[in-house]
Design a protein around this ligand. Structure first.
Ligand code: SF4
Ligand code: SF4
Length: 102
């Protein structure tokens, strides 16, 4: 999927099983990653008066990493995960404020 504003950049390959983990300590809530995801899987959630990017539908994520490479603050790391449930557990180690899925 092409990144908005970079139409000539080749589509990034999908990597099933890889998911973006947002480090809430680095996330500024700028929303660039939200715009970068062509599947609209990320949204900004307000917790403790701060906006943080949150993955809402891990099962649909292709692992393309468009969101991660777009983040200007290097707040997203792609992580290999066995499934969405395991990813939630992994994410809690990065973002103790909550897991990715509702
Ligand atoms: S692009 Fe990075 S800093 Fe901006 S909302 Fe997404 S994760 Fe947070
Ligand atoms: S890795 Fe997942 S959340 Fe990130 S841009 Fe690709 S499909 Fe969207």
């Amino acid at each position: 999927m092409a990144i908005p504003g970079r139409p000539h950049q080749p589509a990034r390959p999908t990597r099933p099983g890889w998911l973006p983990a947002v480090d809430s300590g680095r996330c500024t809530g700028c929303g660039w990653c939200v715009a970068a995801c062509g599947l609209h899987l990320l949204s900004l959630e307000v917790e403790q008066w701060r906006k943080t990017s949150t993955l809402r539908d891990a099962d649909r994520c292709t692992g393309c990493s468009d969101c991660a490479v777009t983040c200007p603050f290097h707040a997203i790391a792609m992580r290999k995960s066995r499934n969405a449930e395991a990813f939630d557990a992994d994410l809690r180690s990065v973002n103790p404020r909550g897991a990715a899925s509702p």
